[in-house]
Every structure is written in C-alpha cells, then in structure tokens.
Design a protein around this ligand. Structure first.
Ligand SMILES: [Fe+2]
Length: 172
C-alpha cells in the first residue's frame, strides 16, 4: 500500500532557507496590504466625528502606510517590478469598505477591526523577514516597517482596552 503523503503535513524550511519565493511578489503583496490598510484607516478616521486626537492619529497611521507603499515601490522598481499606485482612492479595495461595514457597531468595533488588520500585517512582516533576502536594504526597510506596525498595534490595543473598560458591556 502506497504511503499516504497527506499525513506528512507541510515541509518546514530550514532557518534562513526559503525557496521558490519571488522577491517582487512578496514586496508587491506587502505594498498591497499597506495600501488596503491605509484606506481602512482613512475610512475609520472619517467615521470618527468628535475624536480630535484619535482622528489625527488614525490619519497619521494612514499616511505611514502610504509611505510604506512608496518605499516598497522603490524596492519593487529596482527589481523590475510594476509599481503599485498609492493614491488611487478606495475603489477596488477590500479593507476600507469593510471598515465602513463595521461603522454602525461603534468605535470599539472599529478599533478591533483595525487591530485585526494590524495583526495580519505584523504576522506577514514576520514571515517576510524570515526569507533569505540577498539585499540588506530590503531587510532594513522591512524591519523599520514592522517596528511601525508593532507601534500601531500597541496603540490600537491600548485605545480599545481603555474604551472597553470605560463602557458598560454591550450584552448583560
Ligand atoms: Fe499599521
């Protein structure tokens, strides 16, 4: 009887060894995720009506994500890839419209939605930095972006916890 390969599970690459990964594809995927998150922050900031500092912080995070797109585009361009247009507006995107969907459920729900986006981004940066990049410039950019993503996640988490602690539970 033939051995059932389904029981073997995925093959784990050795540390520092990742084969079959196209650098431009990885950088383009990260840039696309940054752009999606920028529009999610934009939609969320627009929904915050009286949150002066909160709104300005959300817009700051949006701009940082757009700057990530610009920096990743430079790396993509240097590798002969196609630039991602960073200023195209929310049409055709996913996370911005999803943020609008969350809007009727209140600020905590919005912050949780953004937090989930940030968790996805942090995880993807962790994975990208596991790749065996030949160019140290890529590693420097990705590490800097990951540090900012960690900051975004920590800030959102603090805000969500503070709001949750100050509000009565939605379900008694
Ligand atoms: Fe972020």
């Amino acid at each position: 009887m033939a051995h059932d390969e389904r029981n073997q599970g995925p093959v784990e690459p050795a540390a520092g060894e990742v084969e079959g990964v196209d650098e431009v594809e990885v950088l383009s995927a990260l840039a696309r995720l940054d752009l999606e998150m920028a529009w999610a922050y934009d939609a969320s900031a627009e929904a915050v009506e009286h949150g002066g500092e909160l709104r300005s912080r959300l817009l700051q995070f949006r701009d940082e994500h757009l700057w990530h797109v610009e920096e990743l585009n430079q790396l993509i361009l240097a590798r002969g890839g196609t630039l991602l247009q960073a200023r195209g507006g929310p049409d055709g995107h996913l996370l911005g419209p999803l943020t609008w969907l969350v809007r009727p459920f209140g600020l905590v729900a919005q912050l949780l939605s953004l937090l989930l986006n940030e968790q996805m981004s942090n995880w993807n940066h962790d994975l990208a930095l596991e790749l065996d990049w030949a160019d140290g410039d890529v590693v420097e950019v990705l590490e800097r972006h990951r540090a900012e993503e960690q900051h975004h996640m920590a800030w959102l988490s603090e805000q969500e916890e503070a709001l949750t602690a100050s509000e009565p539970p939605a379900l008694a």
